[in-house]
Design a protein around this ligand. Structure first.
Ligand code: RB5
Length: 147
């Protein structure tokens, strides 16, 4: 499975382990293919550009899912959800990560560097990746209504 990963400068904030490279490394260690959609460092950039890059990979079929990182996850979520066929979930708890897959069939996980520790982000990512869409009739109907 191929996963597209993008962030703004928040993915490269701080002296300690930076979130975007850590997320990509984590995914590769688990055996996932990774498409790096940038950014590549701490210089200030605009999150919609990187949300668009990850959405493009998914909508073109080059990636099955995506991870987006910004300060809160919110800007990335707003930007990504403007695209038809994208279901981007801003998650901050394990239950949100699980339910975004089970009920919403989320295809992008959005997380915030400034609101979650790296350990929390990786925990959410593992849950999100390991949880299938329930496929329940009511959930399929609701997802289809979103286009
Ligand atoms: C950038 O400073 C910050 O606004 C961005 O990372 C994100 O949190 C927006 O939602």
């Amino acid at each position: 499975m191929i996963i597209a990963v993008g962030s703004d400068h928040a993915g490269y904030e701080g002296e300690a382990r930076q979130y975007k490279p850590a997320v990509m490394e984590h995914l590769r260690a688990l055996g996932y293919g990774v498409i790096d959609c940038g950014t590549d460092g701490p210089d200030s950039v605009d999150y919609p550009d990187f949300a668009a890059a990850v959405c493009n990979e998914i909508l073109a079929g080059r990636a099955e899912a995506g991870v987006l990182i910004c300060g809160t996850g919110i800007g990335m979520g707003i930007a990504a959800n403007r695209r038809s066929g994208i279901r981007a979930a801003v998650c901050a708890t394990p239950d949100m990560a699980r339910l975004s897959r089970e009920h919403n069939d989320a295809n992008i996980l959005c997380v915030g560097k400034r609101v979650l520790s790296l350990e929390q982000v990786l925990e959410l990512l593992d849950i999100w990746l390991d949880t299938p869409f329930s496929g329940g009739e009511r959930h399929c109907r609701r997802v289809q209504k979103m286009g």
